[in-house]
Design a protein around this ligand. Structure first.
Ligand SMILES: [Zn+2]
Length: 271
């Protein structure tokens, strides 16, 4: 069931898609080692998806997932390796105070400064994604939240914010703390003049929020660029109703599944 203590929870559990018994729900694990392997595989799948969507920009971008055994540490992709090339054995485990405890690759300092503080501040956030995707960073230059103008954008209605303090590369954990504060009841941030950041209880949901948020940025940019036509905004009430169905964590996990199937077909070892 959806965790109603989570900031990502549906406003109305009765309207949650998981009430439909035919719809698959997130995996439950009794063995932490099995869960660790699962999370690492899904992290690698998410990186492959980010590559396929063209979210790479040189060495920028990181996806992290909390280690289910040592929960004061997280797994992250290595610095300087293309999203598409990262395998499970390339992942690095870093503690919240910055010690590399597994893996030999370098870690992006910004990944540590941002993600360690998010994972520390929010025990319910198990995964976080950040990349310099083109539509996200373009939309970020306006310093504004997305409007509820399409059904898909309602997944973020009242559940995202803008981090406005662009001060150069995020290398200080104090800035990571400020970013983490804004996520106290949100699933995503628009980092002004920078790019998107999404979080989730699952790496699957965090990655899906990133993918669909990037596309919502694209949709709003395209809609805004048409001269002479007014954009019809979805009513607040309808946006909240849509959010309740598509904006909760199980819906995010479910949104990831068709994309996962495509990757597993090519890389069956990631199943
Ligand atoms: Zn960045």
């Amino acid at each position: 069931m959806n965790d109603l203590s989570s900031p990502f929870a549906s406003r109305d559990a009765q309207s949650n898609i998981i009430n439909n018994p035919d719809i698959p729900t997130s995996e439950k694990f009794s063995d932490p080692l099995e869960e660790q392997t699962h999370r690492k595989k899904r992290l690698v799948v998410s990186l492959k998806l980010f590559s396929s969507f063209g979210f790479d920009e040189g060495v920028a971008g990181h996806i992290t997932v909390r280690d289910p055994i040592d929960q004061e540490s997280f797994w992250v992709n290595p610095f300087g390796i293309h999203f598409s090339e990262v395998g499970i054995t390339d992942l690095i485990r870093v503690t919240h105070d910055g010690k590399i405890v597994e893996g030999t690759n370098p870690v992006n300092a910004a990944a540590f400064a941002i993600h360690s503080r998010i994972h520390m501040a929010h025990p319910n956030i198990n995964a976080a994604c950040h990349a310099h995707s083109v539509y996200g960073k373009t939309w970020s230059t306006f310093g504004q939240c997305l409007d509820p103008i399409t059904q898909d954008s309602c997944a973020f209605y009242e559940h995202h914010d803008v981090f406005k303090q662009y001060s150069g590369l995020v290398l200080e954990t104090s800035e990571g703390d400020e970013i983490a504060k804004l996520l106290s009841n949100k699933k995503a941030l628009i980092l002004q003049n920078h790019g998107l950041l999404t979080v989730g209880s699952f790496v699957e949901s965090a990655a899906w929020w990133f993918i669909t948020m990037e596309r919502s940025c694209q949709a709003q940019l395209m809609a805004n660029s048409v001269n002479g036509k007014d954009i019809i905004r979805i009513s607040n009430d309808a946006a909240r109703k849509a959010f309740d169905i598509i904006g909760n964590e199980e819906a995010g996990w479910f949104g990831f599944q068709p994309l996962l199937q495509k990757i597993i077909k090519k890389y069956p070892e990631l199943k």
